[in-house]
Structures are given as structure tokens and as C-alpha cells.
Ligand binder design. Sequence first.
Ligand code: SF4
Length: 207
Amino acid sequence: MKQSYNIKEIYKTIQGEGKYAGRMVVILRFANCNLSCPWCDTDYKGGERVSLAKIVGEVLRAYGARPPRESDYRKSRATVIATGGEPLLQLDKELTWELSQAGFNLHVETNGTIDRPMLPIEHLTVSPKPDTHLKITVGDELKLVWPQPGFKYRHLVEFEKLAFGRHSLQPMDDDNLEANIQECLDIIWIRPTWELSLQLHKMVGIK
Ligand code: SF4
């Protein structure tokens, strides 16, 4: 059994992206990633070793209240988002079990290059990156940041065929954000499989 995990940060916020945009969540950001995307704006390096018990305690403290006891934790709206870096480098059954026992359901955001673990994940979002081998090709949500250096239109068409419950198209947040939003809209008008995903948390000025 793993005693500790390399954690970057734990905090409460609003899920800004995708299907659950607007929901209060606790972010559990794991340190380290197996990729190094040149445009990555996530601070995932470093981190510190944190015990399992302390992680659950910190998640509860960040949430600010005892999650309502549900007969089935999967129905709980108390949500932890495991992200990174790449959360699947570290997420295991002990941690997912303890979080579920504390009343949280678990959402995971991964780059999809690691096999899906047999864990009780309520919502799995895959965000593919160029020049990688996508190992998770089925899931709840595929989130494609667009435009993305290394991805051509044909890649978008290929991703569209994968069996995900939702296909989210998220404008790249760079100096060309306005043009990127327009480009995403132009795609959605003709390829309505895609749904626009905006980063709500940034719009309201929270982390
Ligand atoms: S996979 Fe995500 S966290 Fe990892 S380097 Fe790429 S953008 Fe950053």
C-alpha cells in the first residue's frame, strides 16, 4: 500500500470546463507528468509527499463541510477532480476508496496516454495531446483544446469517432483567444458533435 503521494495542491473552486462547468469542486492536483507539452501552462512540477490520511483531511477542509451522506457515493455532488500533471501516474485504489468513504465522487482529467485503471471513476475526461499514443479511447468526455500545435483538422475528425459521452471543444487560451473561440464556433456550426467548453473559472476570476 502506498503511504504517500506527490501532490502539488488541493483547493476548492468551480469546475470551469466541460459537462460539469459551474459545479463547486475540490481540485486534487498531482505533481509530475509523463508528457512535456511546449504550451503547457499548468504548474505541476515539484510538489510534496502527502500521506493518504492528510490528503483526505485536506480535501475535506477545502470542501468546507462534511459531504452529504449518500447511500451511493456516486450520486454525491461533492466532487473531487484528480488532475495534474498526469493523475493516472499515481491514483490508486486506496486513495479512491478513502475519498469515496469520505463522501466524494471522483472525476479524473487525463492526457489519455496511460491505460484506464480499474477504479471507481465517476467522470473520466481525456484531453489528447499531439504526437502521443492515445490509450484511453472510450470515456465520459473528450476535451480537445483547439487549435493545438501538432493537431490538424483530420485529427479532430478522428477524435469525433471515438466513443465518448461528450466531445468538448475548448478554445486555446493564448494571445489569440478571441480568434480561437471563433474558430471553435465555426467548427461546431458544421460538426455539432462538438460542444463549446469555456473556462468559466477564469471568466469569474478564480483559480
Ligand atoms: S499533458 Fe497536460 S499537464 Fe502534462 S505537460 Fe501536457 S498540458 Fe501539461
